[in-house]
Design a protein around this ligand. Sequence first.
Ligand code: SIN
Length: 339
Amino acid sequence: MRTLLVLGTGGTIAGVQRHGDPSGGYTAAVLGVDALLDGVDVPEGWQVRAHQVVSIDSKDMRWSVWQALASRLAEGLSDEGVAGVVITHGTDTLEETACVLDWLHDQRKPVVLTGAMRPATADDADGPANLRDALSAVQVLSSRGLGGTWVAMNACLWPGSLVRKVHTREVNAFDAGGAQPLARRLPDGVWQPAIQAWQDGPFRAVQAPLWRWFATQARPRVECVSSHADADGWVVRALLSADGAASLKGLVVACTGHGTVQDALADALNEACAQGVQVWRSTRVARGGVLSRADDRWPAAGPLTVAQARVALALHLLGAPQRGCVRAFFDRPEVFKVA
Ligand code: SIN
């Protein structure tokens, strides 16, 4: 018997509809992970061990919850008998957690996040199928030696730090900023590869996971600002004057297009840099990301969304080397080619 560890964190997948709510509202993060697993097929030859880490609506995700998850992963993944982990999670900040875990992982065993767009008590609940797919993905990934962080949603398996939520209501709510999923699950249950990574083996395994290290680190303050019409740097200067930049360590800019910034905002960002604040550029645009160019004034966040770039910059400021899918995206772009 191989063991699959399932960690619960809450979200709509654990949500319950409110009786008599005419708008069809629900409360997220009500059911425990054991209840979610009830009736979900476990792959043959596998047993499941479940643990509730927290029960939150993921809009309330915070550094300390990531630290609790990291501690659980340190313990679980170092157990020889555990072949991989599934994490049930709210969809609203799933892309941020996936990015953090991808950055800290040693890529040796699979960690698959999943969630749902419909609460568990809805007639059209998508959570059970997503959870079943996540369990089956761990089985298949571990048999192929594909460690790392992945996201199973709506019959697709997405690379951890490339995934993002792109729809507020539909079950088909995730994509990878224009990149293909790793694989798609066919109606007969078989995972069909979509990109080369499926054939090529794991994204480069690295020396040691950073779970235990991360669990001891204080959060550096990194905030997000946006470049838009009338952006004149007022917000940046307000942040700097709040405490003379003593706390502010980093800024991520949601840029226009391929990483451009309104001139007046750029002046304020230069003032921030002069006070020791690191600035990274992401984009307001849904697909394509911001790629580096020789004359960059501020580093480009590559494929990362603004929210992902914020946590990635925090990890960078703490000295954690870039890892996981985002590293592979720069080092081995061929693995993202269509299979
Ligand atoms: C949440 O992110 O916890 C609530 C929304 C969802 O899971 O879809």
